[in-house]
Design a protein around this ligand. Structure first.
Ligand SMILES: Nc1ncnc2c1ncn2[C@@H]1O[C@H](COP(=O)(O)OP(=O)(O)OP(=O)(O)O)[C@@H](O)[C@H]1O
Ligand SMILES: O=C(O)C1=C[C@@H](O)[C@@H](O)[C@H](O)C1
Ligand SMILES: [Mg+2]
Length: 173
């Protein structure tokens, strides 16, 4: 099976849904944020503070290059993985890309809960989220093979919807 890449804005549920999907499909999961934290022995916000965003983006791309050479993986991507053209190409060429979408209100409610997202430090306002989201939205949509809206759905409902759509997609290639 081709890899399945989960993309989408911070807090839409990429990590949660990809873990559930990996359990249902009995596939290995890699959450790029968690994997980088494990390898660096630091939290994402610490990497940002100590080494800067550019350094984090470099690590993120190197990790993607490595894992995109494998198959049969469920991959939860960091929210900004889609920002680089080289990353988009790696995902497109090696898997099916699943975009999870949510309203700004839902995202706001979720990201307000903790402080582990460096790009929102001191800027957790709906206006800031909306500005960031609208800049990224066309990139997410352009890259996605499949789109699933998560509002008012349980983790089970979303996971089943993703799996059904991935299977449809695989049968049409
Ligand atoms: N369908 C759902 N219903 C209710 N809560 C959910 C659902 N999916 C995820 N959550 C909760 O929303 C929060 C954000 O989810 P998660 O960490 O999976 O998002 P993410 O897209 O991986 O975020 P990040 O970009 O920060 O990695 C978590 O607290 C999670 O438990
Ligand atoms: O949207 C982003 O740019 C980010 C999302 C998170 O998953 C982390 O990868 C990091 O906080 C950056
Ligand atoms: Mg995550």
């Amino acid at each position: 099976m081709k890899n399945i890449y989960f993309i989408g804005f911070m807090g839409v549920g990429k990590s949660t849904i990809s873990y559930r999907v990996s359990r249902i499909l009995k596939k290995k999961i890699i959450d790029t944020d968690r994997e980088l934290e494990k390898r660096q022995g630091k939290a994402i916000h610490e990497i940002f503070t100590e080494k800067g965003e550019l350094y984090f983006r470099k690590l993120e791309s190197e990790l993607l290059r490595e894992i995109s050479q494998q198959t049969d993986l469920i991959i939860s991507c960091g929210g900004g993985m889609i920002l680089k053209e080289e990353n988009r190409k790696l995902m497109k060429d090696s898997g099916i890309v699943v975009l999870l979408t949510a309203t700004i209100n839902t995202i706001y409610r979720r990201v307000a809960l903790n402080d582990r997202r460096p790009l929102l430090k001191g800027k957790k306002t709906k206006a800031h989220l909306r500005a960031m989201y609208s800049k990224r939205e066309p990139i997410y949509k352009e890259l996605a093979d499949i789109e699933v809206s998560i509002n008012r759905k349980t983790v089970s409902m979303i996971s089943e919807e993703v799996i059904t759509k991935v299977k449809e997609k695989e049968n049409h290639v």
